[in-house]
Design a protein around this ligand. Structure first.
Ligand code: PLP
Length: 488
């Protein structure tokens, strides 16, 4: 009996020790590991696969097996030369807080069920409002990411707009409700369309507003579209375009929307963090005049996945849209107590406030400002290096952390597409950094996002070298090919 009782403790120690060991080894090699997975699908399926296990294995062995199967298939997202998508770098301080969050096993739905988690979330939310320069009356919901933050904000918007015309959507539903016109920039992020869909706003029902070369919503086009709109309306703007990093002219848009009594929501999954950086805050000028804002902590704040934040100026609308009341849930009694369950969809939930609180405590206002500024300066440094190379064109004005690159000249031509894709492939094969291709304004391009906490000037210089080297090799092959063709 004693053996059995003692076993779980030993198991716990060996499992946690094994995870700790693997974590430190992974962290130590983050800069030297290949930035992309080395194993393909078949190998991973082989490593993870097999029939459902009949008997168990010792705790540490389960962890060893996980690490052995996963490691060849891991991407270098937490490393310094991963520029593939707008992702965060899972900062070790956030990871440490995340470990404790898991060990503590709090169910962070209500204060009564997880008091420390509820208060950490409440305080972190207030700190975020301050750091991002949002209106102090905002309520905050902590979510799994910007997709869900957009969903939360848009649900609040839907309820508030319909209440203004005498319809209670939370009680009576959407069928038969007055129509809400939804205006959204042509270049909004795909996840916003998904969030709208979950709320009953089908994609064909949206009014898409023209954008400029950088993907910014054109205020004049919005003005023209709104002129025909007489009922409730919702406008969705963007702070930080995933290709160019550009910001919609949000101050101007806010004035247009509020003139007519609409609701302005801002998707600022990464761009909202420019507000926390005095040197870049002007990019997001006027954003404080919106009605709701979505952002991610698992991008620029470097929180481990999944961590997003939804801010709503009308706290009552926010709460009405998300609240879950059940007889068995103890209501908070103390003055000022906040139950997280009323501000985001899930009931049982991870105590994400611990990670948020810890990272904000760790970085401080200055640390966040410095990190955001460093990434923007590094993006500009990379853009300058690339633009100095004959045949390479940087297609965007690098104001934030995004660089859009075209190899073989910036004109729209099929050869440029081929050369760009060939160069990206060579960069990936060389393994010095990770980038991906995308389609932008009719052209194939390479997109670069500088957003990992670990990225240094040296990383950027090495990445620039490997990009230029790849381009020169592609150009040489192309030149040889042309010479052979000319001789034939
Ligand atoms: C990443 C991103 C999203 C989606 O965020 P998730 O955290 O992946 O749900 C939405 N909008 C923009 C602009 C983004 O960059």
């Amino acid at each position: 009996m004693a053996e059995i009782i003692r076993m779980p403790d030993d198991d716990a120690r060996t499992a946690l020790d094994a995870a700790h060991r693997h974590a430190l080894a992974f962290h130590r090699t983050r800069a030297t590991r290949p930035p992309a997975a080395t194993a393909g699908f078949a190998a991973l399926l082989d490593a993870f696969g097999g029939p459902a296990p009949e008997t168990g294995v010792p705790a540490s062995e389960a962890i060893e097996q996980l690490a052995a199967a996963a490691e060849p298939g891991l991407m270098g997202t937490a490393g310094p030369r991963f520029f593939g998508w707008v992702v965060g770098g899972s900062h070790p301080v956030g990871v440490a807080a995340d470990w404790l969050t898991s060990v503590w096993g709090q169910n962070a739905g209500c204060y009564e069920g997880a008091p420390a988690a509820a208060v950490a979330e409440q305080v972190a939310g207030q700190w975020l409002i301050d750091l991002l320069g949002l209106p102090p009356e905002c309520s905050v919901g902590i979510t799994t990411g910007a997709t869900m933050s957009n969903f939360v904000c848009l649900a609040a918007a839907r309820g508030a707009l319909l209440r203004r015309v005498g319809w209670d959507v939370e009680a009576d539903g959407l069928f038969g409700a007055p129509r809400i016109a939804v205006f959204i920039g042509e270049d909004a992020h795909a996840s916003v369309f998904a969030a709208l869909r979950y709320l009953g706003f089908g994609e064909r029902s949206l009014v898409r507003i023209a954008t400029d070369d950088a993907g910014r919503m054109r205020a004049d086009a919005l003005r023209a579209a709104l002129a025909h709109c007489h009922g409730p309306h919702l406008v969705i703007a963007q702070a930080g375009h995933i290709m160019t990093g550009a910001f919609d002219p949000i101050g101007e848009i806010a004035a247009l929307v509020h003139e007519r009594g609409g609701w302005l929501h801002v998707d600022g999954a990464f761009g909202l963090w420019a507000r926390a950086c005095p040197a870049r805050a002007a990019l997001a000028q006027g954003i404080e005049h919106a009605d709701s804002w979505a952002t991610d902590a698992h991008k620029w704040l470097q929180a481990p996945y999944e961590c997003g934040c939804a801010f709503v100026r009308d706290a009552d609308a926010h709460r009405r849209a998300m609240t879950i009341g059940a007889g068995y849930l103890p209501p908070a009694e103390d003055e000022g107590v906040r139950d997280p369950v009323h501000y985001a969809p899930e009931l049982s939930r991870r105590a994400r406030g611990f990670v948020l609180w810890t990272l904000l405590r760790f970085f401080g206002r200055r640390g966040i400002a410095e990190m955001v500024e460093r990434h923007c300066v590094l993006a500009q440094r990379l853009a300058c290096r690339l633009a100095g190379e004959p045949g390479v064109a940087v297609l965007n004005e690098v104001e934030l952390n995004q660089v859009v690159v075209r190899f073989g000249g910036d004109e729209f031509c099929p050869l440029g597409n081929v050369l760009t894709d060939a160069t990206i492939e060579r960069i990936q094969q060389a393994g010095g950094c990770f980038v991906v291709g995308a389609q932008w304004r009719g052209r194939r391009v390479m997109r670069v996002s500088v957003i990992a906490w670990a990225t240094t000037e040296d990383d950027i210089d090495r990445a620039a070298e490997s990009m230029i080297e790849a381009w020169r090799a592609v150009e040489k092959v192309q030149f040889e090919g042309e010479r052979v063709a000319a001789q034939a």
